[in-house]
Design a protein around this ligand. Structure first.
Ligand SMILES: Nc1nc2c(ncn2[C@@H]2O[C@H](COP(=O)(O)OP(=O)(O)O)[C@@H](O)[C@H]2O)c(=O)[nH]1
Ligand SMILES: [Mg+2]
Length: 146
């Protein structure tokens, strides 16, 4: 099965999002390396924050059908460089995480994500309330099945 590679800063909620996609609710432990799971590739946040790892992300993307850029709704900055999505040869979609959080600013998160993902769908999600999870899963399943 084709895979979706999930990228984003340390603590953005990537691993928790993946657990929610698989219907699990236990907390995610810190991601120390690339983790292949079914149709998903989880990545350590350091890979998105440190340009030294960009080559690893690019190489890993060759095993994926799409890349999912994750932005934490509670954070006031993005770690992706502008236009990051264009560096990948595969389609990209975005996800804003933690929209349930009292400090979430969804418009700010969309704005930050759009700097790296000029086009492509952006899905608003919470692994806590499960809001937006079904829609995101549907989109990703469509990509991996195509
Ligand atoms: N409120 C809230 N917290 C979340 C959500 N998703 C993740 N978190 C929290 O964010 C922190 C980092 O999550 P994690 O999945 O490990 O981030 P990763 O480093 O991107 O894999 C953890 O404390 C999670 O409990 C969410 O949807 N809502
Ligand atoms: Mg993780």
């Amino acid at each position: 099965m084709k895979k979706v590679m999930i990228i984003g800063a340390v603590g953005a909620g990537k691993s928790t999002l993946i657990k929610a996609l698989f219907g699990e609710s236990q907390p995610a432990s810190k991601t120390q390396s690339l983790i292949y799971r079914d149709w998903v590739i989880d990545t350590p946040g350091e890979y998105s924050e440190n340009p030294l790892y960009y080559r690893t992300l690019m190489a890993t993307s060759h095993e994926a059908a799409a890349v999912l850029l994750v932005q934490d709704a509670t954070r006031d900055r993005s770690y992706f460089p502008p236009g990051f999505e264009q560096g990948f040869a595969i389609p990209a979609v975005g996800a804003v995480t933690k929209i349930d959080h009292p400090q979430a600013d969804i418009d700010r998160a969309i704005g930050l994500l759009r700097q790296s993902l000029p086009e492509g769908g952006i899905f608003l999600t919470s692994a806590v309330s499960n809001e937006g999870m079904a829609k995101l899963k549907e989109e990703l399943m469509q990509i991996v099945r195509s």
